[in-house]
Design a protein around this ligand. Sequence first.
Ligand SMILES: *[C@@H]1O[C@H](CO)[C@@H](O)[C@H](O)[C@H]1NC(C)=O
Ligand SMILES: *[C@@H]1O[C@H](CO)[C@@H](O)[C@H](O)[C@H]1NC(C)=O
Ligand SMILES: *[C@@H]1O[C@H](CO)[C@@H](O)[C@H](O)[C@H]1NC(C)=O
Length: 116
Amino acid sequence: MEKNVIFTLVTMLYLLIYVVASPNNSTDEYALLAFIAQITSDPNKILAKNWSQRTSFCNWIGITCGARHQRVRSLSLANMGLGCTIAKEIGELSFLRVLIISNNNFHGFIQANFEK
Ligand SMILES: *[C@@H]1O[C@H](CO)[C@@H](O)[C@H](O)[C@H]1NC(C)=O
Ligand SMILES: *[C@@H]1O[C@H](CO)[C@@H](O)[C@H](O)[C@H]1NC(C)=O
Ligand SMILES: *[C@@H]1O[C@H](CO)[C@@H](O)[C@H](O)[C@H]1NC(C)=O
């Protein structure tokens, strides 16, 4: 085979591995669904009504996504009366920069796995 062809094939292979293996917005969706699955108190049904999988999580209340990657950039859930043990998957929101969850009843730890 010609060198160029091999080079192209190897490059394509790396690209494929990169795309398949790298976290993407379905990682974020998975983390958010894990989070909501743990909610034990949502007195005003804010999340129950609004966090609908019919629309992108970027349209969900309290969530702001970065324009470029469509990944969760901020999570702002203050004063919603929410209660839960925070799902560990929240630490997988690797683009998260802002987390505002005051005046709720959250328990647990978040072990962040931020993008370097
Ligand atoms: C997103 O990531 C998941 C799991 O890491 C993977 O299975 C899926 O193919 C990826 N999707 C895209 C569009 O890259
Ligand atoms: C959720 O709330 C956002 C922001 O208030 C709103 O734009 C959106 O239409 C709501 N979605 C649903 C399904 O209620
Ligand atoms: C995830 O990203 C893909 C491709 O960038 C896009 O088509 C899809 O709507 C996004 N999903 C969510 C839930 O934002």
